[in-house]
Design a protein around this ligand. Sequence first.
Ligand code: NAD
Length: 244
Amino acid sequence: MSKTAIVTGGSRGIGKEICLRLAKDGFNIVTCCTGDASKADATVNACKEFGVDAIAVAADVSNAEDVQKIFDTAKEKFGSYEVLVNNAGITKDNLMLRMTEEDFVKVLDVNLKSAFLTCKVATKDMMRAKYGRIINISSVVGLMGNAGQANYSASKAGLIGMTKSLAKEFGAKGVTVNAVAPGFIETEMTDALPDDVKENYMAQIPRKRLGTGADIAAAVSFLASDDADYITGQVLSVDGGMRM
Ligand code: NAD
């Protein structure tokens, strides 16, 4: 029987690695990104190399109509889906005194409201199917806080609260909801940070290396599997021991 995963923000970085890993695990992939869907062509083509089907949708996850389009596409193409990974996210860092209301709200919309919108659709479908796996990509800073990231860390802490609430609401319906909290992962998002900030992070990581998208994808793969059936409402830190 074919199985399908929806992964938001799969055009690059961690989302791309999650798409590839779940494709390797045998899932058809539906992903999305902002702007032109062709930005995710490399992801789609690489997923197909694993013998599954894949499609990308141009969609802004903070927009309810766009979110509906992602799910409509998944159902039209594959009939149903079993896994939702809320990965799409942005940063707009600034110290509190300089952070604008606009940048606070934008980050909350893309990182947190998006998961409300996707989960609203997905929990309905998964409840009917009596099966589902929802995995929210949070962050170590959602657990620890970080100077200059009041908006981002609030959005990621919010995702953890939502994860636990939905785990309680839908556990009896066969739907598990978990969060993965990545530490410092090498992507275009973190490439933008100054060297001294990166060195400061490295000093806090017992594993003494930066994480990779594949490290996060492996945790997602496990939580999406039947082996993780009795795990729900949890936050799995994948951070080389940065927070313990
Ligand atoms: P990235 O910037 O490399 O990729 C983000 C992806 O999300 C892209 O595909 C982009 O198109 C998509 N996206 C952004 N805004 C969107 C929107 N409004 N609608 C739809 N898609 C949108 O980021 P990344 O480093 O791969 O991070 C992926 C996730 O992991 C994010 O939620 C991020 O907060 C989280 N995370 C990253 C790190 C890290 O160190 N890189 C650490 C902890 C958590």
